[in-house]
Structures are given as C-alpha cells and as structure tokens.
Design a protein around this ligand. Sequence first.
Ligand SMILES: [Zn+2]
Length: 491
Amino acid sequence: MIRWFLGLVFVAALATAGVVALRTFQFTPAPVPHTAIAAAPDLKVDPQAAAERLGEAIRFQTISVQPGETWNAAPFSAQRAWLERAYPAFHAVTSREIINNESMFFTWAGSDTTLAPILILAHLDVVPVESWSKDDWTNGPFSGAVKDGYVWGRGSIDDKGSLIAILEAANALAVSGFKPKRTILFAFGHDEEVSGAQGAQSIAKLLQERGLKAWFAIDEGQAIIAAHPMTGGPVSLIGIAEKGYATLRITATARAGHSSTPDKDTAVTLLSEAILRVHRMPIEMRLEGGPALGMIRALAPQLPVALRAAAANEWLFSPLINQRLGADPLAAAMLRTTVAPTMVEGGPKDNILPGRATARINFRLHPRDSAASILARAQEAVKGIPGIAVEWDQPPHDASPVSSSTSDSFALVAAMARAVAPDAPVAPSLVMAGTDSRYYSGVAQDVYRFAPALFTVEDIGGVHGKNERLSVDNLSRMIKGYAHLMAAGAG
Ligand SMILES: [Zn+2]
C-alpha cells in the first residue's frame, strides 16, 4: 500500500517537473505584431543647436503652482511666442488652438482623413526648485546651460526635453517636405504637475466633443532604462498603464480630557488600531492583471532560469514569487496596490487627551483594484473599532486602463525604441506616477508612455530633484525617435 502510494507521488512529481520544464521552455516573448514601418527620412538635425534651444526653453520659468496660489502667466506666454520663432516650419504646417489661456493644441492635418490620428503629448510646466537647494546645483536650475555634454536645468527631462525634441523632429520633417497621410495632433498641457485639470483634461474633453478618437496617444512616463533590476542591462520600457492615486483619511473620535485620567482607549489608540488594520488588510499581489507578466515575458531570454521558470509556472510558484518580489518595494509596487500611512495628527499638547485624531493613508492603485473596492475593504477592516470614520481625503482616481501590447501602435512605439536603442529589449510596464496621458484614455484606442531617451538612476534622480539635466546625446536620440514615430506612423 505504502509502496503504491510513494510510486504515485513519484509519478506526480515527475509529471509536474515535466510541465514546469515545458512551460519554462515555451515562456518566450510574445511576438511583436508587424506593421509596415517605413524608415524615417534622413533629417538634418544639429544636436548642439537643438541643445541650445532646449536651454532657451528652460530659461522660461514656467512653474506650475498649487490651486489657490498666484499663477504667473508671463513665462508661459513668453515661451509660446519664442516657440513660434524657434519652430517656424512647424507653425506653418499646423493650426494652433490655445486652451485655457496657456495650453496648446496643434493639428497637422493628414491627407487621408479616414485614418485615426496620432496624438503626441508633452507638458509646458515644471515643478519649482526649493530655494534652499538652488545653490546646490552645478549649474543654475533655470540657467539652461549647455555644458559638459548636458543641458542643465529644471524641465530638461521633465518635460521640456520631450517638448523640444517633438518640435525639433516635427519642424525638421516639415522643412524636409514631409506631408503626413495620417493627421498628427500635439497636445501640450500647462498644469501637468498640479493635476492637469486645466490643460490635459480640457483638451481631452475638446477631442471628445469633436468626436475624435486617436489611433494612440504617446506621453512621458517611461524610457529606455540603462540597467533594468531584473536583467542588469538596458530595457525600453513602454508604459501601457499607470497607477491610480487615492488618499484615505481616518478620523478617530473619543472623550477629550486630561491625560492623568485616561479611558481604556483614547482617540490615539483607536486611530492606531485602525491604521494597523487598514495597513494589513489583504491586497492581492500577482503577476497577472497588469503589465508585470508581459514585462517578464518580454525579458524572458535575459532572465535567470529560476526566475523564468517561476514566472512561466505562476500556478505553481505564486507564493514563491510573491515572497521574493514582495520583499523588494519596487517589484511589489509593480504587482499590487501599495498602502502607505503617511500622516498622523493628534492632540496639541502631551497632557491633553485629544477628542479627535486623524491619519492619512496613501494608496497607489494597481489596475486590478478600484478606489471604490479599496474604500469598501478599509471600512470593513475597521469595523468594530468605536468612533472611527474612514473616507477619501480628496476625490481618488483609479488606475488607467491597460493598453494593448500586441497592437500595431505598440509595434510602432517599439520600433521607435529599437531605432534609437537596437540592443535593448522592449517590454511593457506599469508607470508608478501620474501623467497627463490618463485623461486621454477615452479619446485614444491605446495610450503609451515612453520617451526615446536612455536614463540612468542618476538621471532620474534629477527629476523633481536637484541637478536635473539631459545629455545632448539623449536629446539627439529623442529627436530621432519622435521623427521615426511621425514619419513611420503617419507617412
Ligand atoms: Zn512630467
């Protein structure tokens, strides 16, 4: 009897090993669809002159401010006037609309109006530079200096680098006599860094009113990263979705009074209990249901065999994957909605029992979770704790829809990536931050987030930080990439 049982276990184990090996072997990148991609025309672009123009753009201090603060419009209108002078051919072939005083929407009409247009996004505004950090910059944050192979300053990467590269490419195409078959739309919002409500949201609404539906939209958000954590090498990451953003406010109320005679529980202990319960509530973490599995699949040939085997056989190794990837904050953020308690407020003095204590918990929503379901689960989690109220601090926004990674437009963006980084595999990915592109999901079949620039960890550290700079090589790459995208996609 026992021998028979052991024999059965052995056969079962052998069969499982066979399935694991077979699935691992078969776990290769999904085939990238083919589109007829014409070669980009040989454009005359002078990277050094383009770098000087990016420097000029940086010197317009187009700083976006929080709602309620005074908006300084002058740098925006000065920048707009300068763009007209710097890119005359582009302005000659397009028509321009100004939205909410500052944002710009350009149409480069194609000859075949039956084709859905391409929508190219960038933003005109930048985040401020904290006054204490101004002196720590190697070159002034609004100097726009072109030095040591870099263009220095706030916005050089985020997002004037893209803006200028797009305009350089389109202007050079216009000069070369290129005439698009497919219409190309350019939407440049002016308040991306403070919500995008006046810019991107209004432009998207306009497109909706006109019944326009783009073939795809492309925005900032991802790039070619020099060293991917899984492979150690360069990877072109194309953002096919971005996480949502929501902040929960938990309020605890209890008897206020003197701290010498406390009740068994106070507003602070009740709040602590609620924070812990919400923090620990189960939130699904899986490879599936977002871009993660597609990313691992795309990188499969470069992955260590153990990881490839685990990913190919998620049905068997799911706990192992969760344990391994879950320990790494970056990987975990790819696979799940994150929960981060960030703010607490209680009494004003150490000897006062506060009548009220509040906490804020920030969620970055994975595409599989909705804000409504997270709120319902949080309310369920705190059930039974007296005096607790749970609600959204501001209106939450869900993750974006997940765009296709097998469409012709994805193939076009992938071709653009390969045109500037032939050795980097192309992989779909999830963008952790918010971009203007989230407003366009209703007016574009697919939305991609990718800039054809090669970034190191140090480069990315400059975004919203100090010493933001873009190498002239990267600017050159971006111009080439966007020109390829327009010529191949609309030619
Ligand atoms: Zn940006």
